[in-house]
Ligand binder design. Structure first.
Ligand code: PLP
Length: 439
């Protein structure tokens, strides 16, 4: 049981999640996964944000099975299909129109990174400028264009050449509390000798997912939009992880009241974990020539079916959003309780909606907690520049009972990991020494 020898023998060293959670998964339903030994795990990873509605949602599955059973179109390049049209109509009527959003829709290759590549091309071609401003700790994918907008050197180093065409600015909070980093951007843009070439666009996540659940304040996002408008720069909001309801509204920028020029969506858009990516652009930006950004797998029809079903199931009224905010409150309260338990003050909690995190200051501690949690039946990943942040990204549909159970496993794991810290580290003051002992 749980024999991974074939994977370990044949799959490239690049594999990652199967190293952290070394069992063979065979089944999944809602917020739980089962391995081949029959062990059940609560899922606080949710496909890194691709499973906002959980595994194999029955309503979505029924629509998918009917569609397959009726021999409807599965692959059609980007040809017109009934499934595509029905999804677009649902997206317009349930998401765009109620928010008074006017955007054109582009289906790119099915990965998030391909949507980001397309968004960057749109901005560069429209403005005839090259530089894209990205932010410290931002993550936008690992293909050459998007990895250039990704801060983490782990990914940048892997691309075998110097990533090009981007400039990095400090994200909200990067310089400490009380410093508005958009003022710095504004100054750099206004000064012809700052060394910053006039950019085509700024790309930003409202909550940085892979970067460690760093939350941008709404005022900061509004100032960023104002700086973009002032200097004639396009604003791209990357909603690939924070979108589709994760923060408590369909788009994570809604609360800030901003109006991005370009929006990228992927991960939970299909609702079922099927690959699907979408770029929304203001109509005047749609200057593509036919097929200029193409791809064999643009518009996955099976994903269109489940994406439409997800919209109809969860986004007909505001009740789902209210539930996300309520459960997000439960998660945050439990995380704050853990922070209170930690006398040395190395833990802190942050997040928005059901995108919450426990910052453990150092990667070793977060990794140890994640490993202990896995032994006890909870799947939860780390993120951040040093893997120091434990990310709570459970399905938004998780039941209260499963949520409490998962949080209790987390609590036990945190207590156990903290208790493993050697005595000599406890009586010395200063987190530095404590960190040295643990590292
Ligand atoms: N953008 C953001 C904000 C992401 O979180 C991710 C993936 O984690 C991506 C882009 C890249 O998506 P994909 O892994 O599907 O290429």
């Amino acid at each position: 049981m749980n024999d991974m020898s074939t994977i370990n023998r044949l799959e490239s060293k690049v594999r990652s999640y199967c190293r952290h959670f070394p069992v063979v998964f065979t089944k999944a339903r809602g917020a739980t996964l089962e391995d081949e030994g029959g062990n059940v795990y609560i899922d606080f990873l949710a496909g890194a944000g691709a499973l906002n509605y959980g595994h194999n949602d029955p309503a979505l599955k029924a629509k998918l099975l009917d569609y397959i059973e009726a021999d409807q179109i599965v692959h059609g390049l980007d040809m017109a299909t009934g499934a595509k049209q029905a999804f677009m109509e649902a997206f317009e009527s349930l998401i765009l129109s109620p928010r008074r959003m006017r955007y054109k829709m582009q289906f790119t290759g099915p990965t998030g990174t391909n949507a980001v590549e397309a968004a960057m091309k749109i901005a560069r071609n429209f403005t005839d400028r090259q530089t894209i401003v990205s932010f410290t700790n931002g993550f936008h994918g690992v293909t050459l264009g998007s990895v250039a907008a990704t801060g983490n050197s782990h990914f940048r180093d892997g691309c075998g050449m110097q990533p090009q065409g981007t400039a990095f600015m400090p994200y909200d909070g990067y310089m400490g509390d009380g410093i508005d980093t958009t003022e710095y951007l504004d100054k750099m843009l206004a000064d012809g000798s700052s060394g910053l070439d006039h950019p085509a666009a700024v790309i930003v996540e409202t909550v940085q997912g892979e970067g460690g659940i760093n939350v941008a304040r709404n005022e900061w996002l509004r100032s960023l939009e104002a700086v973009c408008r002032k200097h004639g720069i396009l604003l791209i909001v990357d909603e690939i992880q924070a979108g589709c309801g994760r923060t408590g509204t369909f788009f994570s920028f809604e609360e800030a009241g901003i109006s991005p020029d370009i929006i990228t969506l992927s991960k939970s858009l299909s609702g079922y974990g099927l690959p699907l990516s979408l770029v929304l652009m203001k109509p005047e930006l749609d200057q593509w020539k036919p097929g200029e950004h193409n791809g064999t797998f643009r518009g996955n029809n099976l994903a269109f079916v489940t994406a439409r079903a997800a919209l109809e199931e969860y986004w007909r009224d505001g009740s789902f959003e209210r539930e996300v905010r309520r459960k997000g409150g439960i998660v945050r309260e439990r995380l704050e309780r853990l922070v209170d338990l930690d006398e040395r003050g190395v833990l802190s909690a942050r997040g928005r909606g059901m995108m919450q995190a426990l910052d453990c200051t150092i990667g070793e501690l977060a990794t140890r907690i994640s490993a202990l949690a896995f032994e006890k039946g909870l799947i939860m990943e780390t993120s951040g520049s040093d893997d120091q942040v434990l990310k709570c990204l459970m399905p938004l549909t998780i039941s209260d009972e499963e949520l409490e159970r998962g949080l209790s496993i987390l609590e036990e794991s945190v207590i156990e990991a903290l208790s493993e810290i050697p005595e000599e580290a406890l009586d010395k003051d200063g987190e530095k020494l404590w960190m040295e002992v643990l590292a």
